[in-house]
Design a protein around this ligand. Structure first.
Ligand code: SF4
Length: 449
């Protein structure tokens, strides 16, 4: 973007970035962080061309609404990075690439139920995160959520700092190392701040985190183990008396309105009359270069020549004239994407598996496809996560059901349980995919809806 490859020296980290291609079993991984998941058609074509020329043409939509190129060929890394920077996909500075972790709703600015349009605030936050070296000390995994109250929202991924618009949109509730509260028993918001002070609050909190955390405490939840949230808030008040931080009974009782994540599939309303947004999910998070190039063409033909990546490893095309939306949904399906939430594959996530990751104990993606074939179509199937090892790369939250690989083709089946750490309560071990399908498809009291 504003920097050349010569100046683009990434800092050491095990996480892939645009400038830091990390080796995997199937070649290098280059992760492209997208502002609010946004990608324009020309950039999508540039990524598709770069992935074809410098890698195996395999792309992954991530659960943080980013894109990554897999299988980068040895010796082609510099060319790949040059191509991506030339397409304007880099950060405002080389050091800023890692810290562009700001999660918005993919429908931000268009969602009919939204309380606030978070895009201007998000742009201001990203500009400072990328451009001011102070924030480049944050971990590449440190993440902030900016929630405008949209119906299409991912509210299950814990974030180091979250802000959520309150009714009336004059203030944001915020909290640390978690998610906006939705259920009566959820941890309430820590405090609220006027909307006009939201950016100031974010950077005051980031500064406090960097000053208080030890080098080992790279995430907010780690800092909270030694300095509880109330203590952090007290320090925040001391340092920034100008911040109008509110804590009262109304805020303690506030619960974020339920989200409707299934709106990620198919044709959906926008707040702008006569326009629709159309969503689809990549099968098990994978796209190929031809699909991405075709998506660019569809966004130009039917929409506003932009795409939004979603945290469900899919895409949303906004600003489609209402009379073109059904045809676009059909085109997305013909492209091999999932537009029907009842399709078994639409509820499955799987990590890379043995072909791409040395830690994997099974071919999770191939097993997920086999599982999808065995599950009844249209069934009320809860989400199932196939993980090659306990690191859980494919899912930032615990899924209702996890199949954790124990050997090639063999899995432990676990059910999410708030009283049990990790993936939850073990229901069975050493299952084949056929046995797992039978357990998941069978109506059984041990399976909550
Ligand atoms: S969850 Fe484990 S096996 Fe799967 S990609 Fe991550 S590290 Fe590899």
């Amino acid at each position: 973007m504003n920097h050349s490859l010569d100046a683009a020296v990434p800092r050491p980290s095990a996480c892939p970035g645009l400038l830091r291609i990390v080796a995997a079993r199937d070649g290098g991984i280059c992760r492209i962080k997208l502002p609010g998941g946004r990608l324009d058609a020309a950039q999508a074509r540039a990524i598709a061309a770069a992935a074809t020329a410098c890698a195996g043409g395999v792309l992954e939509a991530t659960n943080r609404a980013n894109l990554q190129i897999r299988g980068v060929l040895p010796g082609r890394e510099a060319e790949l990075i040059e191509r991506l920077l030339a397409a304007g996909l880099g950060a405002a500075s080389a050091g800023g690439d890692d810290v562009r972790n700001l999660m918005l709703s993919p429908a931000a600015g268009h969602d009919p139920q939204a309380l606030a349009d978070t895009r201007p605030l998000a742009a201001a936050l990203l500009a400072r995160l990328e451009g001011e070296p102070r924030w480049h000390a944050l971990s590449p995994k440190f993440a902030v959520q900016l929630d405008g109250g949209e119906a299409l929202a991912m509210l299950d991924h814990p974030h180091d700092l979250w802000l959520a618009a309150l009714p009336g949109a004059l203030a944001y509730a915020f909290g640390l190392a978690g998610c906006p509260p939705q259920q009566p028993g959820d941890a309430p918001a820590l405090a609220a701040v006027p909307a006009a002070q939201a950016a100031e609050l974010v950077f005051a909190m980031l500064e406090l985190f960097l000053d208080c955390a030890t080098p080992e405490q790279t995430r907010m939840r780690q800092l909270l183990e030694t300095l509880p949230a109330a203590g952090l808030l007290a320090r925040l008040r001391e340092r920034h008396p100008q911040l109008e931080l509110r804590q009262d009974a109304a805020l303690a009782a506030w619960r974020r309105a339920p989200a409707a994540p299934l709106l990620r599939f198919g044709v959906q309303a926008q707040c702008e009359a006569g326009l629709r947004q159309v969503g689809a999910q990549a099968v098990l998070g994978r796209l190929d270069a031809a699909q991405l190039a075709a998506l660019a063409g569809l966004s130009e033909r039917h929409g506003d020549a932009t795409l939004r990546l979603t945290p469900w490893q899919g895409v949303l095309l906004p600003n489609v004239p209402a009379d073109a939306a059904a045809a676009l949904a059909a085109d997305l399906q013909n492209l091999g994407l999932l537009t029907d939430p009842a399709a078994p594959l639409a509820r499955l996530v799987a990590c890379t598996g043995q072909s791409g990751c040395a830690r994997a104990l099974a071919e999770t993606k191939a097993d997920a496809r086999a599982l999808a074939e065995l599950l009844p179509a249209g069934a009320e199937l809860p989400a199932v996560h196939l993980s090659g090892c306990p690191r859980s790369c494919a899912s930032a939250q615990v899924a209702p059901y996890t199949l954790l690989a124990t050997a090639p083709g063999r899995y432990r089946l676990l059910a999410r349980d708030p009283g049990v750490a990790g993936f939850g309560r073990e229901l069975a071990d050493h299952l084949t995919i056929e046995q797992a399908a039978a357990r998941l498809a069978a109506p059984c009291p041990e399976f909550p809806a």
